[in-house]
Ligand binder design. Structure first.
Ligand SMILES: [Zn+2]
Length: 369
């Protein structure tokens, strides 16, 4: 112990963003991680910005994840078909079976590209990188698993200018220069990026987290994650987690499977953000299965490693969705709820810290503590 903060009290927010106003139903496909300015300004009454925002929503804009037109999604009719060969030379399993949980509850070790994280019984944790490699993980966590105060930072786009994905990407694009400053700050102030699997393994008592752990997550699989963020992450020796929408992989705005293989080989974790980014609370059981198990299966087929973490589209979940996620094989899931307190009981509802485009470096730093 002593390698990370242990929260006796779960500081996770339980509010579902009071004041959140969903967009008109016909705009739902674009309503990604909506965070209307009216929430921040509600104490000041109706303002000009509120009116501007309302007009933007009516005009088709929102501040959520991108969703390209269906015609740009190459797999719009269903999950990607299994591929017999890949261009990177990495073998791709032809089986559609998920890695089996053993009788002891252990899951197979993960990415072949990373370095092992010291086990809990080890002496000194390694420095700036930890990865998805390591011993198998238990399918459940012990009752006495510690709560951890690890900020899970949430990014979407990282680019010099908002990409041509539509006006809704503007509110989700962190400028490349600011992203570099943020990573410089983490490196210069003793922070050590970890994966969510590392956090789970620490709760299970199987790994030790380094000092000042932080998790970097990127939603939606946008292309700039590979072209802009990934090189900066590598310069710093950082690991990060990328939540991809499997039905979007390879379209003109998104990373390709080869991009993802390259990042995986560099120790990055590739996890699921479903197949089609639907509101999981509103889909039928068959669709829910396709979004959760289907996307997990596709990632396994393409990358050779089954994801362990689910990112709910728009942060929307409920007990039925959580049960389906658990049944599909995910060990944990993240929401858009703000907070840093992570515990075993709520591991299918972990909060995150949104990194907003308008944040100054000081604002970014305040989100870490
Ligand atoms: Zn998303």
């Amino acid at each position: 112990m002593g390698q990370f903060k242990v929260n006796k009290v779960n500081t996770r927010h339980t509010s579902r963003r009071p004041g959140h106003r969903p967009p008109p139903r016909q705009q739902e496909p674009r309503a990604r991680h909506l965070r209307p300015p009216s929430v921040m300004l509600e104490k000041r009454g109706i303002s000009v910005l509120t009116i501007v925002f309302a007009l933007a929503v009516l005009a088709g804009a929102s501040f959520g994840c991108t969703r390209p037109p269906a015609s740009e999604a190459p797999n719009a009719s269903g999950p990607a078909a299994p591929q017999a060969t890949v261009t990177t030379g990495r073998p791709v399993p032809t089986s559609t079976t998920f890695p089996a949980v053993t009788s002891t509850g252990a899951l197979p070790a993960r990415s072949p590209g990373g370095q092992a994280v010291p086990p809990a019984s080890g002496s000194t944790p390694s420095a700036s990188t930890s990865t998805t490699a390591g011993p198998g993980l238990p399918a459940t966590l012990p009752a006495g698993a510690p709560s951890l105060g690890v900020p899970i930072l949430m990014y979407h786009f990282v680019d010099d200018t908002p990409p041509p994905a539509g006006p809704w990407s503007v509110g989700l694009t962190v400028a490349t220069g600011m992203f570099r400053q943020q990573m410089d700050y983490l490196a210069g102030h003793g922070y050590h990026p970890v994966t969510l699997e590392d956090i789970y393994a620490a709760m299970a008592g199987e790994r030790r987290l380094p000092d000042k752990p932080v998790a970097l997550t990127f939603d939606d699989g946008n292309m700039d994650n590979f072209t802009k963020a990934f090189p900066i992450l590598r310069e710093h020796g950082f690991v990060a987690t990328f939540f991809v929408i499997t039905g979007f992989v390879g379209n003109k705005l998104s990373m390709t499977w080869d991009d993802l293989r390259t990042m995986q080989a560099a120790g990055m974790a590739i996890e699921s953000h479903t197949y089609d980014h639907k509101n999981l609370r509103q889909v039928d059981p068959q669709t829910l299965q396709k979004e959760l198990a289907g996307s997990r299966e596709t990632i396994l087929q393409q990358l050779g490693v089954a994801p362990l973490v689910l990112c709910y589209p728009n942060g929307k979940t409920d007990p039925q969705v959580i049960a389906a996620a658990r049944a599909a094989g995910y060990l944990m899931a993240v929401t858009n709820l703000p907070g840093k307190g992570l515990d075993a009981v709520s591991r299918y509802d972990w909060p995150r810290v949104r990194v907003a485009p308008e944040d100054s470096l000081e604002g970014f730093v305040s989100g870490l503590s």
